[in-house]
Write a protein that binds this ligand. Structure first.
Ligand code: ZN
Length: 440
């Protein structure tokens, strides 16, 4: 089988290892075979094809641990509103008219944007999720995803039983796909009753899948769950016997010390989405405290309608600055830790073996940044460069399973401009719909 040796001025094997100067990464069949000095590997594997990136930084691709990719179609549709108003008055009414075609093109555009910001794996929860799966298959990116489940009928599948049925069908069909993992995705504790949640967990358990849901995002949500069930959201799940290592929650903003300790004890994983939480005025998740307690915390952008981009570089910087600013302590959440959240910890939260590092045996998912830009000159510490100075536009190549998806700044697996013009056309349809359905 063909071997390829990728060389770059700097290679970051993982957040815990020293960056390699003049490094080489040997890849075969989508897997990292060896990592070391470029010249050494060249001598050891003379049969390997050489791809020399030159003055560039090569690092593991990012894991965007929480998004709703197709919501690119709603980017900027309604901003500067509280979460519940935004959801109930704008997003849900338009989503009632959601068309599978919208989901497909929205996700395709999102994949283009994510690849350009270094994301090689993303977590997705939305409606008509088979359309997103189709996009993942066609574009060559990697994803863990599931159909959003609600008590009320969904435009994606109709009544809840059908949603559970669809999820089970996907779990069966994609049990051994190299780039796709299926999750069970009850939307939140305020849109899913205890029987719905229990059915979701039971299904996930049967297939060894993760459950992904929004939890403790806002103060309003905590008050609502408390009024409805007499308990805060984590206690509510704990009482139902559902707070366990199967669970990956998005947000976890409104947590008290007891809940942080409970998350650590129960092995709950967290997707931290700082920019969405800030934009919706939800607050700031206690990320440093969660990490110190031993909770696995990754980083997510959330959907592009509440962020309003899918830029993991922006997300890393915001995450770091927020913890420092809030705690009056600049040592909190250093660059390396944030990078680890965006890579290895995201992979760990998904239980996805071989992702998040470039150690031998890992999947060959990596990104290459051009180091020629003024804002990247000079650099002393590659982690500082990635987290504090680099921007999405610096990503020149992205490779998934050993295959280029972004090469020389161009997406090569699909037509990015087509996705842009299709989404622009869909936005016209949505605009016409808004005139009829939305409040003035
Ligand atoms: Zn979300």
């Amino acid at each position: 089988m063909k071997k390829t040796l990728f060389q770059a001025e700097v290679i970051i094997p993982s957040a815990d290892e020293a960056p390699l100067k003049d490094g080489g990464l040997l890849v075969q069949g989508g897997e990292v075979l060896a990592l070391g000095q470029g010249e050494e590997l060249k001598a050891r594997y003379p049969e390997a094809e050489i791809v020399d990136f030159g003055k560039a930084l090569l690092a593991p691709g990012f894991v965007n641990l929480h998004t709703h990719a197709s919501m690119t179609i709603f980017r900027g549709l309604a901003d500067d509103l509280p979460l519940m108003t935004w959801l109930e008055d704008y997003i849900f009414p338009v989503e009632r008219h959601l068309d599978p075609r919208w989901v497909y093109w929205g996700a395709k555009l999102a994949v283009a944007e994510m690849l350009r910001s270094g994301v090689t794996t993303f977590v997705d929860m939305y409606l008509f999720e088979p359309q997103v799966i189709k996009v993942v298959e066609e574009t060559g990116v990697r994803a863990a995803l599931g159909e959003g489940l609600f008590d009320f009928p969904s435009p994606g599948y109709g009544p809840l039983e059908k949603g559970l049925g669809l999820t089970e069908e996907l779990l069966k069909n994609f049990s051994s796909h190299p780039r796709i993992k299926i999750m069970v995705c009850p939307h939140a504790t305020y849109t899913c009753s205890p029987p719905t949640l229990k059915a979701a967990w039971e299904l996930a358990e049967r297939y060894g899948a993760l459950v992904h849901l929004h939890l403790s995002e806002t103060k309003d949500e905590v008050a609502l769950i408390k009024a409805r069930y007499g308990k805060r959201p984590p206690e509510h799940l704990e009482a139902l016997g559902l707070l366990n290592e199967q669970l990956l929650v998005a947000h976890a903003v409104q947590l008290d010390d007891h809940e942080i300790e409970l998350f650590a004890r129960r092995g709950v994983k967290v997707a931290h989405c700082p920019e969405s939480n800030l934009k919706l005025g939800s607050g700031v998740a206690p990320v440093s405290a969660l990490l110190e307690a031993g909770v696995t915390v990754g980083l997510g952008t959330d959907g592009p309608a509440s962020n309003n981009d899918l830029d993991m570089f922006g997300e890393m910087r915001t995450a770091a600055f927020l913890q420092k600013g809030l705690t009056f302590d600049p040592t909190k959440l250093p660059a390396r830790t944030v990078f680890k959240m965006a890579t290895e910890l995201g992979a760990k939260a998904l239980g996805w073996e071989g992702l998040g590092t470039l150690r031998p045996g890992a999947r060959a998912d990596f990104i290459v940044l051009d180091l020629a830009a003024p804002h990247l000159t000079p650099y002393y510490d590659p982690f500082s460069l990635l987290v504090y100075s680099a921007k999405a536009g610096d990503v020149k190549h992205a490779v998934v399973e050993g295959e280029f998806v972004l090469k020389e700044g161009r997406i090569i697996t699909f037509d990015e401009e087509e996705a842009q013009s299709e989404v622009a056309r869909i936005a016209e349809e949505i605009r016409r719909l808004l005139d009829k359905t939305l409040p003035d």
